[in-house]
Write a protein that binds this ligand. Structure first.
Ligand code: LLP
Length: 421
């Protein structure tokens, strides 16, 4: 469910006509709906209401915009971060440090120190080496780091291979069959307060079964650690719930997910932690774009060339991902076309042979479900700068990220003197 709908033949973002947003802010532009973000946050929380003690950490990587984080903070969410930059954003958005969880296989010493000094709630450790380093650093600096050990349950999440994280060959977590001993070794280190287990097997999961299998394995591990004298008070079940990208597509609902979690975790007696990203932000954002021109080649589908490109929305180029494409003022006519951006490589293709609203030069259209892993994955390839982001709230609209021009990016570049001789 979202708040990007047709009213009297034109698309609105909540109560704001998208055409007005294009006029005021230019295109391409990401549009986020506060109402949709809040709705998704509440639906997710309600789905887990029967679970007792829970901690919700929004996966900042899915949409790190400060205004989006602020909405999540107001909804009582903490943050799941994977870099010093994400941690700084979560803090800047007003999230209390103790509600921040720091994941990631490559935390640097500097990032660990920043986390310790800020007093973040939990480090999710992804290797024994990392745990030992963190313990030393914490001891040296007079801190105690609350930690969970992220395990790799060797389960195929059944999603795109580039966003699967729970197979043995993936870089994430420690092998689950070595986790008991490792957990107990780490728990004996001064500087660490080993308190939990974390798991996250992948993203855009369309089936709950792999998650259930992973959680069952975590439950067995919990028993073994406790049986061997270890203490576990927190279990972080990660994120991963898929969202519909195509109109009519059906995904497991947060409620179904909640029931599954309740069933598997019965009797665990821990605080359950969650790191949802896409399920909150995905359908809360669209990318508004203008058709630059329609290129018609005889005997082939036409190319609809839009002013957004793979640098602005990378998912189709990276994962072959589908994003619904709808005209802002649909005429009722349909066409079959290839939707491409202006970038000089064939990978800059949003869709091939797409049955879609007929559009012409100058028409506005949106890519839907662009609120997660959209703007955050942008690059400035082809020196295109970074697109603006706006948020709507009822009939209000505000810039939440200014467009960054190519000139502003190359202002940070230097030509050394010795090239000016
Ligand atoms: N927790 C951890 C440890 C993660 O690695 C991720 C996502 C999440 C939580 C949030 O997962 P979500 O609930 O959003 O599925 N760029 C890709 C997605 C990469 C996801 C990476 N990790 C895409 O555009 O599909």
């Amino acid at each position: 469910m979202d708040h990007f709908e047709l009213r009297n033949g034109e698309l609105y973002a909540e109560d704001v006509p998208m055409a007005r947003i294009a006029e005021e802010f230019g295109t391409p532009v990401y549009i986020y709906s506060r109402a949709t973000l809040e709705r998704h946050a509440r639906v997710f929380r309600e789905a887990l209401a029967s679970l007792g003690k829970i901690h919700l950490a929004f996966a900042v990587k899915s949409n790190p915009n400060l205004a989006v984080l602020r909405v999540m903070q107001r909804e009582g969410f903490g943050a799941d971060v994977v870099s010093g930059g994400e941690m700084a954003r979560a803090l800047a958005a007003g999230m209390p440090a103790e509600n921040i969880v720091f994941s990631g296989v490559g935390k640097t010493r500097r990032e660990m120190l920043a986390g310790l000094e800020a007093g973040i709630g939990q480090f999710n450790i992804e290797s024994e080496e990392e745990g030992v380093e963190l313990a030393q650093l914490a001891e040296e600096t007079g801190h105690t780091a609350n930690c969970a050990l992220r395990v790799n349950p060797d389960i195929d999440a059944g999603t795109h291979e580039k966003i699967s994280t729970g197979k043995r060959d993936n870089k994430f977590g420690v092998p689950i069959d070595q986790a008991v001993a490792m957990y107990l070794r780490l728990a004996s280190l001064p500087g660490l307060n080993m308190r939990g287990i974390a798991v996250h097997i992948g993203s855009q999961l369309s089936d709950l079964r792999p998650l259930e299998l992973a959680f069952e394995k975590v439950g067995a591990l919990l028993d073994q650690i406790r049986h061997n004298g270890g203490t576990v008070t927190h279990i972080d079940l990660g994120g991963g719930l898929g969202v519909p990208y195509k109109a009519g597509e059906v995904m497991p609902s947060p409620a179904e997910y909640g029931h599954m979690v309740a069933r598997v975790t019965r009797g665990w007696d821990v605080t359950l932690m969650f790191e949802p990203g896409r399920v909150i932000a995905g359908n809360a954002g669209v990318l508004l774009t203008e058709v630059v021109r329609v290129k018609r080649n005889a005997n082939r589908d036409p190319f609809v060339i839009v002013d957004a490109a793979m640098n602005d929305l990378a998912r189709p180029a990276l994962y072959g991902a589908w994003h619904d494409f709808d005209a802002v003022k649909p005429s009722g006519n349909r066409m079959t076309a290839n939707i491409v951006g202006p970038i000089c490589e064939t990978g800059d293709t949003f869709a091939m042979g797409r049955e879609m609203d007929a559009v012409e030069r100058g028409d506005l259209a949106i890519f839907r479900t662009a609120g997660a892993y959209g703007a955050t994955m942008a690059s400035s390839y082809n020196s295109r700068g970074f697109v603006a982001e706006v948020m709507v709230d009822g009939d209000k609209v505000a810039s939440v990220a200014d467009r960054i021009l190519p000139e502003e990016i190359y202002a940070a570049e230097r030509v050394p003197d010795w090239l000016n001789d």
